[in-house]
Design a protein around this ligand. Structure first.
Ligand code: SF4
Length: 166
């Protein structure tokens, strides 16, 4: 199964979101924050090669020397941003390219270096296994999370569509 970078992000944020997105039930393109993110990306990497694509599974914002770079609007989902970037590093490593990552939040003037060591590699493998299990199962049950307030699936989830415990 080919797992996309965005699916690793959703896995860390909300299993139900991952499942819905994977089934092609998507409202993300209409969401304001998606537009905001695109504008941010346009301005953050003027001088760099942009949008490095690995087999349509991962689209990295930019490559800057030994680093793969990702820029995000806010660090509220930093754990998910980190996992997504680790996954990119993992995919590159599988293809014989060793890079480190830089995760940036320009509005917060914060940048973190992300390195794929042995522990992180294991973390990615564990997450990949978790993603696969979710995608093979039924729609996970709706549980209200902090992130629901800004999620494109909010109306769908609050409309009462059920789901299973995972
Ligand atoms: S609204 Fe909440 S429960 Fe529903 S997909 Fe989004 S984050 Fe998950």
């Amino acid at each position: 199964m080919s797992i996309r970078g965005i699916e690793m992000h959703y896995y860390a944020v909300c299993k139900r979101k991952l499942w819905l997105f994977n089934r092609g039930i998507g409202f993300e393109q209409q969401h304001d924050r998606v537009e905001e993110g695109k504008v941010l990306h346009e301005h953050a990497y003027g001088r760099l090669d942009k949008e490095i694509n690995i087999d349509d599974m991962a689209v990295m914002d930019a490559v800057d020397g030994e680093y793969v770079r990702e820029v995000k609007i806010s660090s509220k989902m930093e754990h998910a941003d980190r996992l997504q970037l680790l996954y990119y590093l993992y995919l590159l490593k599988e293809r014989g390219v060793e890079k480190k990552g830089l995760l940036s939040y320009p509005k917060e003037k914060k940048t973190t270096e992300i390195v794929l060591g042995l522990d992180e590699n294991m973390e990615v493998l564990k997450a990949l296994d978790g993603v696969q299990k979710i995608l093979e199962g039924n729609l996970p049950r709706y549980r209200k999370l902090k992130v629901c307030a800004k999620c494109a699936y909010r109306d769908f989830c609050e409309s009462g569509e059920g789901g299973d415990d995972v």
